[in-house]
Design a binder for this molecule. Structure first.
Ligand code: ATP
Length: 271
């Protein structure tokens, strides 16, 4: 059984079919990338999994359970955490406080215990702190732990958002363009973190990413979309070499170059 199963899903926005009869499966422990030109439907797929949208047809299962029965606020409790294209953090709060928000789904103590500062509540608070400190260490965020988000550079905010998702100890992480807006060095760090998230933490990763260099380096499997439908699926090298992908990318300038770069990287070349 796959961890995530997207089964013949269709989603329409009025007259526009943003996702067309799409199926794919993500296995536990994989890094799986969704790629494709602007408007291909990648973010819509994420929003379907997060339950922000309900498909017109098809099924979505996570660990064998029907995700479509859930409300969006119930999805994190099933072990799915996500980051957003436009970083979503509490800007006036510190890094530590934002990461503690990521622990929300694990909070057990009732309101009375919290208000009365009962021992059960204090023990729980210590456990949350410990979990968050682990994430701070893992992502090298010690220098920023007490800094407010509003004063931090974009690249650091991006890592904090990743940390907030990791603090919830998810089984699957949805990363929406983890490298967008990052410098070459920050993108390189992101690559190592994604590798470690999978290897050390055992978390399955589904990501949408335009940086084909990063996709080629970290992904086990790649699904290329265009106009909401599947173009090709396979290893990064297989997808890059697929005639439908080449045809879709031909003549699109920088995107075509990016696809070629993905092939270089998958073949062992590239930086
Ligand atoms: N809320 C919405 N209402 C109407 N149309 C939408 C909505 N969200 C997305 N679309 C349309 O659905 C299609 C798929 O959009 P989507 O954002 O999923 O593409 P994408 O592959 O993530 O693109 P990008 O790489 O630019 O983020 C596009 O044609 C887009 O204009």
């Amino acid at each position: 059984m796959s961890l995530l199963d997207i089964d013949r899903v269709t989603l329409k926005f009025g007259g526009l079919t943003a996702v067309k009869d799409l199926s794919f499966a993500v296995e536990e422990g994989q890094v799986f990338a969704l790629v494709g030109p602007n408007g291909a439907g990648k973010s819509t797929v994420f929003n379907l999994i997060s339950r922000f949208y309900t498909p017109a047809a098809g099924a979505i299962r996570f660990a064998g359970q029907d995700l479509l029965r859930l409300h969006p606020h119930q999805v994190p409790a099933r072990g799915i955490a996500r980051t957003f294209q436009n970083i979503e953090l509490f800007h006036q709060a510190t890094v530590l406080q934002n990461l503690l928000v990521g622990r929300h789904r694990h909070r057990r103590a009732g309101l009375a215990a919290q208000l009365l500062h009962l021992p059960s509540m204090r023990a729980e608070e210590r456990a949350h702190r410990l979990a968050v400190e682990e994430v701070i260490d893992f992502l090298d965020l010690q220098p920023y732990r007490d800094a407010r988000i509003a004063g931090l550079p974009y690249g650091v905010r991006k890592v904090v958002e990743l940390g907030r998702a990791l603090a919830s100890k998810p089984r699957m992480l949805l990363l929406d363009e983890p490298a967008s807006g990052l410098s070459v060095e920050e993108t390189q760090n992101m690559r190592w973190w994604i590798d470690d998230i999978r290897r050390q933490m055992g978390i399955t990763v589904l990501m949408v990413e335009h940086d084909m260099g990063l996709v080629g380096k970290v992904s086990d499997r790649v699904l290329a979309l265009a106009d909401g439908a599947r173009l090709a699926e396979g290893t990064p090298a297989e997808v890059q070499a697929h005639p439908a992908v080449i045809a879709a990318y031909l003549g699109t300038g920088p995107t075509a170059k990016a696809a070629a770069h993905m092939g270089d990287v998958a073949a062992g070349g590239g930086p």
